[in-house]
Every structure is written in C-alpha cells, then in structure tokens.
Design a protein around this ligand. Structure first.
Ligand code: SAM
Length: 275
C-alpha cells in the first residue's frame, strides 16, 4: 500500500488574501488537517468553504498525537499540517512530526507561503544575507541571558519573535549590552490594517516604544554587530597599504571599510574624490 503525504501548509499572518491557491487545494483534498488550534482553523477553513476532519496537534499534545498522525499517513491518508498563522514548524509545532515522517519514509511536501520572519526581513532595509533566526527569546533565566548574549555578538542580521509586553524589556537589555547606535527594526502587525515598521537605532526605537507602548504581533530585526577596529589610519592610507599587500582595488575598499567599521560607500567616495 502506498503511504500518504504530509503537507506543510502556511496560513495567513493576518490578511486572508495571503493564502495560496495551492494551500487551498491541498486543504480541500487532504484526508485530515492537523491543526494547532482546531477552533481557529475551523473558522479559517469555513471561510474558504472547506470541510475536512480536523485533528488537534499543538505544543502540549504533539508527543501523544504524533503516533496517531503517523499511523494515518502510513495507512495512505494525506495529512495537511497547519499552525495558527504562518508556516508550521517555524517557531510553531511541526518539527518533530516532520522528522518522524522522514524517518518513516513518508514524503513531506512543504508549500511556500507566509512566514513573519522573512516577510519582515524583506522590507526591513537591513542586509538580508546572511541572517540568523532565533525564534522566541526565552522569558527568563540562563537561557534568556545566553540567547541575548548570542544575539548581541551576532555578525549576521538577527531576526526574532517577541511578545509585545516583553518588547521594551528585550530592547532595553540589548541596548544596555550593545552599541546603542546599532540599527533595529520592529515589524508590527504585518499584513494587517495597522501594519508598521519602526526603524532606527536601538536608542531611538526604545524611546519610540516607551512613548507608544507596543501592541499586536511583533517581529524584531537587529543589524549585525560591526566590530570597529582601533585603526589610526585614514581610509586612503589603509587602502594604499592593502593594495601594496596584493589586494585588488575592490577588495581593498571592502576590507578597509570592514576594518574601519564604516560603509564601503564612504571609503569608495574618499578614494574616488582623490582622483
Ligand atoms: N510560524 C509562524 C511564522 O511562520 O512566522 C510564527 C509563529 S510564532 C508562534 C508567532 C510569532 O510570530 C508572534 O509572536 C510574532 O512575533 C510573529 N508574528 C506572527 N504574525 C505576525 C505579524 N502579523 N506581524 C509581526 N509579527 C508576527
């Protein structure tokens, strides 16, 4: 007997128009839909006139429910997995089921669709490659301290999820640990009526949210840490020195900018003006 397929189906972050035609077709055709919150998903499915049996699969029953879902898949049923919003398995239940399915030879089909981290990153204005995704920062304890320290040191653009009532605390802890002029972006209520991006240095964004207490769903992005080296050299002299050691011009400008902790464009402009 052929086994069924496990379909990972992203759902809207807020705007119902963001569900894809393919996700709707798979949800209609699946034998059952495994959902984080069956009441929430039933409403979504009813909106699209989809009536498929639901099975609950959430953080607190996932260990118990995995064997049942695997059994259905092994019996040849197609199962669609959804979370409350966005992509299942991304800071949402799903990872364990995917691993178990792979281990049991069940095809896992990931459908593309909304994910808050990537939606926010694309419009953040920060460097998008490379980026590091941290999911949620633990609310307290050693794990929280450790993760904040990792984020503070991160040399990639960092994306994480934060509850609105913890946003101020997290931003002020980061501001206390890090360069206050590091850029941060808070993407709030993505795809919804009150969507907004608050951009600025850690200090400025912290000040904004102190005046306007955050509400709704927030995704936070932090500029990578720029290690500024103590160099008592002008950009021209540094580029000349690098050229003398065998760098070509483009790489010399890039390296000088990195060492001086300034944008590449600034070094380029200085060198250009010299001519
Ligand atoms: N699986 C989801 C995804 O693909 O993005 C993430 C689920 S996680 C439980 C929920 C968190 O995602 C929220 O607390 C918030 O940080 C972020 N998020 C979800 N919807 C959002 C939105 N509309 N705007 C900004 N952030 C959002």
């Amino acid at each position: 007997m052929t086994v069924g397929k496990l379909y990972l189906c992203p759902t809207p972050l807020g705007n119902l128009e963001d569900i894809t035609l393919r996700v709707l077709r798979i949800l209609k055709q699946a034998s059952r839909v495994a959902a984080e919150d069956t009441r929430h998903t039933r409403k979504l499915l009813s909106h699209f006139d989809i009536h498929v049996p639901l099975v609950s699969y959430h953080e607190h029953n996932k260990i118990k429910k995995t064997p049942y879902i695997l059994e259905r898949l092994l019996a040849g049923e197609d199962v669609a997995l959804v979370s409350d919003a966005g992509t299942p398995g991304i800071a949402d239940p799903g990872e364990e089921l995917v691993r178990e399915a792979i281990g049991n030879g069940i095809p896992v089909i990931a459908l593309p669709g909304p994910v808050a981290a990537v939606t926010a990153l694309s419009a953040s204005g920060l460097t998008s490659t490379p980026f590091a995704f941290y999911g949620f920062i633990p609310a307290r304890g050693k794990l929280r301290k450790g993760m904040l320290a990792d984020i503070e040191r991160e040399t990639k653009t960092t994306v994480f999820y934060e509850a609105p009532h913890r946003l101020l605390k997290t931003l002020s802890e980061l501001a206390g640990m890090s360069q206050k002029d590091r850029q941060v972006v808070v993407a709030r209520e993505l795809t919804k009526i009150h969507e907004e991006f608050i951009r600025g240095t850690l200090d400025v964004v912290l000040d904004h949210f102190t005046q306007n207490p955050p509400r709704g769903e927030c995704t936070v992005l932090l500029e990578k840490k720029v290690e500024k080296m103590e160099i008592n050299m002008s950009p021209e002299a540094l580029v000349d020195e690098l050229l003398a050691t065998g760098f070509d011009k483009r790489d010399a400008i890039r390296e000088a900018a990195r060492r001086l902790g300034v944008p590449r464009r600034d070094v380029y402009n200085v060198i250009h003006k010299k001519k």
